[in-house]
Design a protein around this ligand. Structure first.
Ligand code: ARG
Length: 456
C-alpha cells in the first residue's frame, strides 16, 4: 500500500515501481533514518504534539526495528518505495496508530535530506582515519629514505636531485589537505534540515534545534526551501573525494612507472601484485592501475551530482533521488582504493641503488655546477651557458659531470677548480637545499615529525 493511497485509484505499475523505488540503494541509510525518526518523535513528545504513550511506543518500536535489522531478524522489503516508507510501515504494523503519528510535522523531503546528511557525516571520520593511516606510512618511509638520492623530474626528464623521502612527503602534504577538506565538508553537512517539511516548514511548534542537538548536529538550516532542495554538501564531498582520487591516481602512475624495468625504483610485494596468464616473467602493478582507473568513476559521480542539481526548480524534485547512488559510489570507491593502496605502499621494497644510479646519469647537478661558478663571481646567465657547454661535451664523450676531467672543465671556464667535484656530489646537492620546504635530509625528517604531529 502506497503512502498516497487515499488519492489514487490504482497501484503503481510493477515495472514502474522498480523504476521509482530507491530502496535498493537507500536501504543503507536505515540506521540514520531510525535515528532521525527517534529524535523527531522525542521532540514531538516534548512539544506536546504527541502523547507520552505514543512517544514511548515509537521509541521502543524503532529501537526494536533497528535491532532486528542489525541482527537480520527483519529483512528489508525490496518492493517498498524507499527506506523511509519501509521503516514507517514496519513501525505502524508493529505498534498501530502511534506509528501513524510519527510523521506529524515532517515530510519525506526533509526526512531524506536529513538522512543523507547524517549518513555522509557518519562516513567522513572513517575516511579521514584511512587517509591518516596512509600519511603515517608515508612519514615513516620518508624518515627511512630521507637520504636516499633520487632524480627529481620535470616533464618526466631528470631535473634536480631530491630524496625519495622528500618525494613521498609531497604526497603526505596533498593527503593532509584532503583530510582537512573533509573536515570542512563535515561542517556544512552536519546541519539539520528537519522541520523544513515538504518545502514550506510546518504549522506545528517544532523545536528544530532540539532535534539537531539530539542528532549531534551543529545547527539547523535557515530556509525551508533550501533545506529540502540543495545537495551542495554532497557535491562538496564528491569534489573532496575527487581530489583524493587525483592524488592517489598520480601516485599510482608513479608507482607504475617505478615498477617498470626502465625505472626499477621500487618492487611491490607479491601480495599486492598480479601475474600474467601467458607471460611467466610478468609482475604487474594492477592495484595501482585500478586506483588510477577508478578515479574516473569518482569524477563521474561528481559530474552526476552537479548535473542532477543544475536544472531543477525549487524545491524538492524526484531528480534528487539520483544523488545517492552517485555519492555512495564515490565514497565506496575511495574507501576501497585506500584500503588496497596503503598496505601496497607500506610493503613495497625501495631499490635505492637504482634510484642513485638514475640520479647519477642525468646531469641533475648541472644547476649546482652553474651555482658553483656564480659563487666564484660569474653572473648566473654566463654560468648557465658554460655549464650547458659542459653537458654537451659530456654527452659527446659519454661522460658525466662527475667523471669529466678537470682540464675539460677549465677549457670551458677557468674558474673551475678541483673542489667542483665535491660541490656537485649529489648528496651535497640535496643536502644544501636547506631552504624551508626543500629536500635537505634534516628538512625531510623535520617535515615527517611535523606532519605526524598533525595526525594526533
Ligand atoms: N526516495 C526519495 C529520495 O530519495 C525520498 C523523498 C521522496 N519525496 C517525494 N516527494 N517523492 O529523494
Amino acid at each position: 500500500m502506497k503512502l498516497w493511497a487515499g488519492r489514487f485509484q490504482k497501484a503503481l505499475d510493477d515495472k514502474t515501481n522498480d523504476f521509482n523505488s530507491s530502496i535498493s540503494f537507500d536501504c543503507r541509510m536505515a540506521q540514520e533514518d531510525i535515528a532521525g525518526s527517534m529524535a523527531h518523535a522525542a521532540m514531538l513528545e516534548a512539544q506536546g504534539i504527541i502523547s507520552a504513550e505514543d512517544g514511548k511506543a515509537i521509541q521502543d518500536g524503532l529501537a526494536a526495528i533497528a535491532a532486528d535489522l542489525q541482527s537480520g531478524a527483519l529483512a528489508i522489503d525490496m518492493t517498498a518505495e524507499d527506506i523511509h516508507t519501509f521503516i514507517e510501515g514496519e513501525l505502524t504494523s508493529r505498534i498501530g496508530d502511534a506509528g501513524k503519528r510519527l510523521h506529524t510535522g515532517r515530510s519525506r523531503n526533509d526526512q531524506v535530506a536529513l538522512d543523507i546528511r547524517l549518513y555522509l557525516r557518519n562516513r567522513i571520520p572513517a575516511l579521514q582515519a584511512q587517509i591518516e593511516e596512509l600519511i603515517g606510512v608515508l612519514c615513516n618511509k620518508a624518515e627511512e629514505y630521507a637520504d636516499a638520492i633520487m632524480p627529481g623530474y620535470t616533464h618526466l626528464q631528470r631535473a634536480q636531485p631530491i630524496s625519495f623521502g622528500h618525494h613521498l612527503m609531497a604526497y603526505a602534504e596533498m593527503l593532509l589537505r584532503d583530510r582537512d577538506r573533509l573536515s570542512d565538508v563535515y561542517k556544512r553537512t552536519n546541519v539539520s534540515p528537519l522541520g523544513s517539511g515538504a518545502l514550506a516548514a510546518t504549522t506545528y511548534p517544532l523545536d528544530r534545534e532540539a532535534v539537531a542537538k539530539a542528532l549531534g548536529m551543529d545547527g539547523v538550516t535557515n530556509n525551508s526551501l533550501d533545506g529540502v532542495s540543495d545537495r551542495d554538501f554532497a557535491v562538496e564531498l564528491a569534489a573532496a573525494l575527487s581530489l583524493i582520487m587525483v592524488h592517489l591516481s598520480r601516485f599510482s602512475e608513479e608507482i607504475i612507472l617505478w615498477c617498470s624495468w626502465e625505472f626499477k625504483f621500487v618492487e611491490l610485494d607479491d601480495a599486492f601484485s598480479t601475474g600474467s596468464s601467458i607471460m611467466p616473467q610478468k609482475k604487474n602493478p594492477d592495484i595501482a592501475e585500478l586506483v588510477r582507473g577508478k578515479s574516473g568513476r569518482v569524477f563521474g559521480d561528481l559530474m552526476t551530482l552537479l548535473t542532477v542539481l543544475k536544472g531543477i526548480p525549487l524545491a524538492y524534485n524526484k531528480d534528487m533521488q539520483e544523488d545517492k547512488e552517485a555519492i555512495f559510489d564515490a565514497l565506496d570507491t575511495v574507501t576501497m582504493c585506500l584500503t588496497a593502496f596503503t598496505p601496497m605502499i607500506d610493503t613495497m621494497t625501495v631499490l635505492t641503488d637504482n634510484m642513485r644510479k638514475a640520479a647519477a646519469g642525468g646531469f641533475i647537478n648541472a644547476t649546482d655546477a652553474a651555482d658553483y661558478l656564480v659563487g666564484k663571481g660569474l653572473p648566473f646567465r654566463d654560468a648557465y651557458k658554460a655549464t650547458g657547454e659542459l653537458v654537451a661535451l659530456c654527452i659527446k664523450k659519454g661522460l658525466t659531470l662527475e667523471t669529466l676531467p678537470l682540464e675539460e672543465y677549465q677549457a670551458v671556464c677557468d674558474l673551475f677548480d678541483t673542489d667542483v667535484y665535491d660541490t656537485i656530489a649529489l648528496e651535497r646537492c640535496a643536502a644544501m637545499r636547506r631552504v624551508y620546504g626543500g629536500p635537505a635530509p634534516e628538512n625531510v625528517r623535520a617535515q615527517a615529525v611535523r606532519v605526524r604531529e598533525l595526525l594526533k
